[in-house]
Design a protein around this ligand. Structure first.
Ligand code: ZN
Length: 261
């Protein structure tokens, strides 16, 4: 939990938002909500007088959002991050629009936050993926868009890989054949097809999750591949659609590493 909190409390636009938001609402908002607990934690971390901060209120609030986090066992950092962003988005949606967006279900599977409301979470972290599907029979194209908050990217096999190679794996064109064939609305039947994914709207802050676990049947294995990554100038332009290519350079400011001892 500490690693995720440190990452979020180093996210300048988010922290700046909560500074102004919290100061405006600190006295008016005594309610124990998830967003209040997070805002208080951020303010304590940056302006608190103590040498150390215990995130008890935040943890309690997190356990309300997702009770399994209350167990005394190691939790997945990426899940914690998603639930935190989700919880903030939900509460801010209520605050900003005075309505719920109902978005907890399916969040882990889709790695996305619905864009029903414009909150700082969607403004900072949300991007759009575009899929281009080409029917191999009639060559017609169809398009599909998906919102994402975290991109879960695979790690190529081997002892060593670069982040760029992981991204190339994720964005490579995929051939759908056999049981994976798609229904073509022009051919009116299932056909082989290719699928290519690109980012049509890059997020301001890009969260990449390396899929460290591989499933072989019922066996789950952690990949020990050493993944190298640039600290500055991550060039995402090969994976971004042409009209947004100017927004495709990213600089690293935070990383969570899970180490098995
Ligand atoms: Zn077709």
């Amino acid at each position: 939990m500490n690693a995720v909190i440190q990452c979020l409390s180093s996210t300048s636009p988010l922290v700046e938002y909560f500074f102004s938001w919290q100061f405006e609402n600190l006295t008016a908002r005594k309610k124990k909500t998830f967003v209040n607990a997070f805002a208080k934690l951020v303010v304590d971390l940056w302006f608190g007088e103590s040498q150390s901060v215990t995130p008890e209120d935040f943890w309690d609030a997190l356990c309300c959002v997702h009770p399994p986090f209350g167990k005394i066992s190691q939790q997945d950092a990426q899940e914690l991050l998603i639930y935190t962003l989700n919880g903030l988005h939900e509460d801010l949606t209520k605050t900003i629009n005075n309505k719920s967006s109902n978005m907890v279900q399916g969040i882990i599977i889709r790695h996305t936050i619905r864009s029903a409301s414009n909150t700082p979470i969607t403004r900072f972290f949300q991007g759009v993926l575009s899929q281009t599907i080409i029917c191999m029979e009639c060559r017609r194209r169809s398009y599909k868009e998906d919102i994402f908050t975290v991109l879960s990217i695979p790690i190529p096999s081997g002892n060593k890989a670069s982040l760029m190679q992981c991204l190339q794996c994720f964005f490579q064109q995929v051939m759908l054949t056999s049981t994976d064939r798609i229904f073509c609305s022009y051919c009116k039947t299932k056909q082989d097809a290719t699928v290519e994914v690109k980012i049509s709207k890059p997020p301001k802050i890009l969260i990449l999750h390396l899929k460290r676990f591989e499933h072989q049947g019922r066996v789950r294995r952690k990949l020990k591949t050493n993944v190298t990554f640039p600290l500055t100038n991550l060039d995402m332009s090969p994976f971004v659609t042409l009209y947004n290519v100017t927004l495709s350079e990213f600089h690293l400011y935070s990383v969570v590493v899970s180490i098995i001892v």
